[in-house]
Write a protein that binds this ligand. Structure first.
Ligand SMILES: [Zn+2]
Length: 261
């Protein structure tokens, strides 16, 4: 099946909803990714992760899945000192995400998977999911689940083998570090500024407990050690997404929804 929501005419979306298909809502961010990576890194990650998981869920488990267009703007105010970053205020973001989810529900979908390409979106998405489930609670139950990304148990299992034997980056690698640089080298190498793949000097040894702005910690906006990135590692990282996401979709597919269904 063609898993891209936007490539279907409306009658097919209506029929997929009637037949109980899953919807996947990917959320990205347009934000600085250091001097070496493009601003759309998290948009591309959200889309590729969602599409690969959806296709795998269809191929392996015959679960019909439709992936919405990626939301390109997220919660990225901490990157605003770096040119090109776009962001919404938290209130706006929660409203935006919950309204998009509500549209999907109104079209008849009862199970929705939410996937974020950017960790900063997560608190807003959790609240948007709660808001949407609450909004429809007197009409019918919904099952809306947020993929846990690097915290997902299957994901951690797959990644353990990949990281085994890789040298340490020597500092917190929370953003625009070796992994995102490797992924971009693997599938969009023309967008990587190789001469700018440099290890930043961080202002702190660990990520502070207080709420920080990126420029307070990293002068270049990067973290970890992007100079260790390579396309071969990136390929492995990309391949490691599809299976955990497909299994996440399968769990959602199998989740009981109550007597109203
Ligand atoms: Zn990113």
């Amino acid at each position: 099946m063609n898993v891209r929501w936007g490539e279907h005419p409306w009658e097919e979306i209506r029929d997929y909803a009637r037949d109980g298909a899953l919807a996947v809502a990917p959320f990205g961010s347009t934000e600085q990714h250091g001097p070496m990576l493009p601003l759309d890194t998290d948009i591309h990650i959200a889309e590729r992760v969602a599409l690969s998981g959806a296709r795998r869920a269809w191929e392996d488990f015959r679960i019909p899945v439709l992936v919405l267009p990626v939301m390109p703007v997220g919660l990225a105010s901490h990157h605003m000192r770096f040119a090109g970053t776009l962001c919404l205020q938290p209130e706006t973001y929660i409203a935006m995400a919950s309204e998009v989810l509500a549209c999907v529900v109104e079209h008849g979908f009862r199970k929705i998977a939410v996937i974020s390409g950017h960790g900063g979106n997560v608190p807003g998405l959790q609240l948007a999911i709660k808001k949407t489930v609450h909004q429809f609670r007197d009409d019918f139950p919904l099952r809306i689940a947020l993929f846990q990304g690097h915290q997902d148990a299957e994901m951690r299992k797959m990644r353990r083998d990949i990281w085994d034997g890789q040298p340490s980056e020597g500092q917190p690698a929370i953003h625009a570090s070796r992994s995102e640089t490797s992924e971009t080298l693997a599938d969009r190498p023309h967008l990587v500024r190789r001469d700018r793949m440099v290890r930043p000097t961080l202002e702190v040894e660990s990520i502070p407990e207080w709420s920080w702005q990126t420029h307070e910690l990293s002068e270049t906006g990067a973290f970890g050690d992007p100079s260790l990135a390579n396309a071969e590692l990136g390929e492995k990282l990309w391949e490691s997404w599809a299976q955990p996401v497909a299994l996440f979709l399968k769990r959602l597919w199998e989740a009981p929804i109550g007597p109203e269904q």
